[in-house]
Design a protein. Structure first.
Length: 585
């Protein structure tokens, strides 16, 4: 038996069969050894027999009271929906690799598993409570609590119910449907069981920018970023807003809308294949996707998928037929409204006016030319570049920017016959002009074009010209290389068909290609000294270029050094690979 005094009231209590861990409770302390009542162990059987049940019930009561005071129930809102269950389903459905049918199957299976577990726990609880003669009210209370959690997905157990719940809670922005034309399609008549030709609308879906921004602005951290001074110090450029055109846009916003909070938006356009790219349905279900990011956020935040917001979805065949103009017209009208009127939100009891501005449009070369109105056939266009007026011949011979004529707002209006297919709808914005869109997409231009092409030529030299290592040995080294923190982007095996093909592809994703490019000198460390000096120098130049481009921030000296590196790299490439075109950076 153990005698313990309460730390607050010095009330003495006797405990039998108490465990050592029970003494760690903050509200208990051992009685002082010099006290009149001392802690002592006894094996007196009658004490154990007489007090066992009483003391256990008392300790059970005290323990239950203590537990109730710190008990935290699962969060359930006023609609009876569990926040944990909602978070689980939202995470499941946000995965691009899990279809809705699979997520529904996972939810149903998990629901059945939880029912079995709770039924078992309820039966065991019933036995324990009956053993200690608990009243029926206590059992009914526990039974009700158990039964309430047999279906944790109550209220959101179907896709339809979840969407309705998210709409009611204001967490779902429903897309708007817009028509861009008509087409004839074949549909089966249910009554006659015959196929009929019917006229249907070609549609695209648009998610309003304002509604998305209001949802984003509900996060407290967003306000801290928007109110923060984004001016960089000491001419250090961390993002586009720190450049020439970015500073001009911020000055414009402050001058005309000094009492508003300014949100700067970047639009991204690309196509996505929704089916197996190697299957027979390739291209049939291909979609053209428009996204936007908030440039007020730091680059690290914008690299997260959760901060890349869907703007519009259209069928790629419709974009080819009608161009991007029907979609961009609706987007431009939204941008005008957000610029002229903006929208009002409440923060800390105050009305705050939000104004939005387009910074730039980004995408791969084909997507960018489609939106800006440039020629989309790069091989036949006289002026295929969206940044300068270089001809096809000049791209292979002139390697310095200062020797070329850059595109400007004035030249855009004048040169409709030399690279401009049609005027872009973005021209109607007062503060933006397509001729000044100076974006570059390093993922497509560098990681999926220049780098794989030059790595392929470099590996051909090592594998086939010098025969320093075979392809199997190279793949073994790639597989066993320690990539550290970036091991999730570990390169795939390189096939011989990719090495010998005339394309720039090497069978890697952009992230994999970058990791392979940076680690290849270490992978081939024992044979790299036998490589041709000029080709090794070319590889080093490209590596230096990539490292500067990937810097989190840069200064003017980096830009000047980059200019010299680009010129040296291109000249050396032309000297070494006479029969290959220069993949211009």
């Amino acid at each position: 038996m153990l005698m313990v005094a309460c730390a607050h009231s010095h009330f003495i209590k006797c405990y039998v069969n108490i465990k050592k861990t029970h003494m760690c409770h903050n509200n208990l302390k051992e009685v002082d050894k010099h006290s009149d009542i001392t802690i002592q162990n006894t094996e007196n059987e009658y004490l154990a027999e007489d007090y066992n049940e009483v003391l256990y019930s008392e300790s059970l009561t005290k323990e239950s009271v203590a537990k109730e005071s710190v008990f935290i129930a699962p969060i359930v809102d006023e609609y009876g929906v569990s926040h944990a269950a909602l978070k689980f389903l939202m995470s499941l459905q946000s995965s691009s690799s899990i279809s809705l049918s699979v997520s529904q199957f996972i939810m149903d299976s998990l629901n059945e598993l939880l029912k079995d577990i709770i039924n078992y726990l309820l039966a065991k609880t019933d036995v324990v409570l009956k053993t200690y003669r608990c009243d029926a009210a206590t059992f009914n209370t526990l039974s009700e609590a158990f039964n309430n959690w047999k279906n944790p997905f109550k209220g959101i157990d179907t896709h339809y119910k979840m969407l309705n719940y998210l709409k009611v809670k204001g967490l779902y922005v429903e897309p708007e449907t817009h028509s861009i034309g008509d087409r004839w399609d074949v549909k089966r008549d249910r009554s006659t069981k015959q196929q009929m030709q019917v006229c249907v609308k070609n549609k695209f879906y648009l998610i309003p920018i304002e509604k998305t921004l209001k949802l984003v602005l509900r996060q407290p951290e967003t306000w801290k970023i928007l109110k923060r001074n984004n001016e960089s110090a000491n001419d250090i450029a961390e993002d586009w807003l720190d450049g020439k055109h970015g500073r001009q846009l911020k000055t414009y916003a402050k001058h005309y809308f000094p009492n508003s909070i300014h949100v700067f938006i970047q639009i991204y356009f690309d196509e996505v294949e929704t089916t197996n790219p190697l299957g027979s349905k390739t291209g049939i279900h291909k979609l053209s996707a428009f996204y936007f990011t908030i440039k007020n956020f730091p680059p690290a935040a914008n690299s997260a998928l959760s901060n890349i917001h869907l703007l519009a979805l259209a069928h790629s065949e419709d974009i080819k037929r009608y161009t991007t103009d029907p979609v961009m017209e609706v987007i431009v009208q939204q941008l005008k409204d957000l610029h002229d009127e903006g929208f009002t939100v409440f923060c800390d009891g105050k009305e705050i006016n939000i104004r939005c501005f387009l910074t730039q449009v980004v995408g791969d070369n084909l997507g960018l030319h489609a939106i800006l109105g440039y020629m989309e056939n790069f091989s036949s266009a006289s002026f295929a570049c969206d940044l300068c007026m270089a001809t096809q011949d000049e791209m292979q011979k002139v390697f310095c920017e200062y020797s070329l004529t850059m595109r400007t707002q004035q030249s855009y209006e004048q040169h409709k016959e030399c690279g401009i297919k049609r005027p872009s709808t973005l021209k109607s914005l007062n503060y933006y002009h397509p001729g000044c869109n100076d974006s570059a997409d390093i993922m497509h231009d560098l990681f999926e074009s220049v780098i794989p092409f030059e790595v392929k030529l470099f590996l051909r030299h090592i594998l086939y010209d010098l025969k320093l290592i075979n392809l199997h040995g190279l793949n073994c080294r790639i597989n066993t290389m320690d990539y550290g923190l970036v091991s999730n982007s570990k390169p795939s095996f390189i096939s011989e068909s990719h090495l010998k093909s005339h394309s720039s592809l090497l069978g890697q994703r952009s992230a994999q290609m970058l990791i392979l490019f940076l680690h290849l000198p270490c992978i081939l460390a024992d044979v790299i000294d036998k490589v041709d000096n000029l080709k090794w120098r070319l590889y080093q130049l490209l590596k230096q270029l990539t490292e500067i481009i990937l810097l989190p921030n840069s200064v003017l000296s980096h830009v000047l050094y980059l200019k010299d590196l680009v010129s040296e790299h291109h000249e050396l490439f032309e000297q070494i690979y006479v029969y290959h075109s220069v993949y211009t950076l």
